[in-house]
Ligand binder design. Structure first.
Ligand SMILES: [Zn+2]
Length: 400
């Protein structure tokens, strides 16, 4: 992949539709939003016609599995699976037969995500004796080749179990020296059958390395809630407020009314963020109902066209649509809350500067044919332009 040219110092995007519906000219200087409708443009300013397209802050994919994807390769037929264990075993079998390396498959998916506007992703990458660190190395290589186009964080993810899969604990430690940025975890009770043991390990490792923690939690009902509460308690005790995430959090998503509100407030107080992927018939976190309590919510794709699922496409505007559909969003505020979780929730989770399209913000945005943000969430148009640091990096769904 060619290294893109450095950012142009000044670019005027003409005829940009803003959130209030007005059509304005947007000036970008040195990779940041300089302002709207400038009286005059700086010397050397180039012009890009936005043709009345709506400007949206660039989305973030807060939970994706690029090491597992078949994106860009032949169609994979999937076998029936009744349990989480069936899915994990089917994944290992399928991947043993993949012929293209992780770097190529992950890179193809990253290109797709970039072309659909994604400015950054948090990649959960399997760390297990069955795969060694091939996934971490491959995803890191794919990300390095695209570092001017997308920011990629890698979570060392013990997909096959941590304490229950001998050799994984040692590999987790090694992964953090060889390309991973974040410690992962997986259903301490449902997979390892040892709540205290897995949490002791992951909190100690994250603390020792000074990195965040991001734990998959599919366990539902009281078992899932007990683990959620224990993760929150340990987050505060370890001084890790703002650095711990629970992915999926089905047990929290199942709550309603006062129980949901109380849990949201508790997680907000502990500084534990939640990520939802709006998958299939699994419980889905509702940003419009949870975010007002202060808990941070971000959104991800999860697996994309892998052995787990034929679905997913790396398009986070489409994911906002799915989330809105699954949470029965109807008002403009509910629809907008889904995209807010995708863009701002994701940026906050990954520690990126917010891109709210205000002067001084990074010029990371998407232009798409829609009259308003709620309409864009419903229509999920392919971006006409994707802009990173003021530079057009994709047009009409294709990298430039
Ligand atoms: Zn996942």
């Amino acid at each position: 992949m060619a290294t893109p040219a450095p950012a142009l110092p000044h670019v005027l995007f003409t005829a940009v539709r803003t959130a209030d519906g007005s059509v304005r000219d947007l000036l970008v200087s040195d990779g940041r939003i300089a302002g709207y409708d400038p009286a005059e443009t700086p010397d050397g300013c180039t012009t890009v016609d936005a043709a009345g397209a709506l400007v949206l802050p660039a989305p973030v994919d807060a939970h994706i599995h690029p090491d597992k994807t078949t994106w860009g390769g032949p169609w994979l037929s999937r076998e029936p699976a009744g349990t989480l264990r069936d899915l994990i075993d089917g994944d290992v079998r399928a991947r043993a037969e993949f012929t293209s390396p992780v770097e190529e498959r992950a890179g193809a998916l990253m290109d797709r995500a970039i072309a659909r506007g994604t400015r950054a992703m948090r990649a959960h990458v399997d760390v297990a004796p069955a795969h060694g660190l091939l996934g971490v190395h491959g995803v890191r290589a794919a990300a390095d080749a695209r570092k001017h186009l997308i920011d990629v964080q890698i979570v060392a993810f013990p997909q096959l179990g941590l304490l229950s899969e001998p050799g994984t604990a040692e590999l987790m430690e090694q992964a953090l020296s060889e390309g991973a940025d974040i410690v992962g975890g997986l259903d301490p009770v449902g997979i390892d059958g040892d709540l205290e043991g897995q949490l002791d390990f992951v909190f100690a490792l994250a603390g020792r390395k000074g990195v965040p923690l991001d734990i998959h939690l599919h366990d539902r009902g009281p078992v899932g809630l007990r683990q959620t509460a224990e993760i929150a308690r340990r987050t505060v005790a370890a001084g890790m407020r703002g650095r711990v995430t629970i992915g999926h959090a089905f047990a929290v998503a199942e709550l309603a009314g006062d129980e949901r509100d109380a849990m949201a407030a508790r997680l907000a107080e502990a500084g534990v963020a939640l990520v939802t992927c709006a998958l299939g018939d699994d419980p889905v976190l509702d940003p419009a109902r949870l975010a007002p309590h202060g808990v941070r919510i971000a959104v991800g794709s999860d697996g994309v066209r892998d052995a787990w699922s034929p679905f997913g496409d790396g398009d986070m505007l489409a994911r906002a649509h799915l989330l809105a559909y699954r949470t029965d969003a109807r008002t403009d505020a509910e629809l907008a809350a889904c995209y807010e979780a995708v863009a701002q929730g994701g940026a906050a989770l990954l520690g990126l500067p917010a891109s709210r399209l205000e002067p001084g913000d990074p010029a990371d945005f998407v232009l798409a044919a829609a009259g308003s943000l709620p309409e864009a969430v419903v229509d999920r148009p392919v971006p006409s332009l994707v802009v990173r640091a003021g530079r057009v990096i994709a047009r009409g769904g294709e990298l430039v």
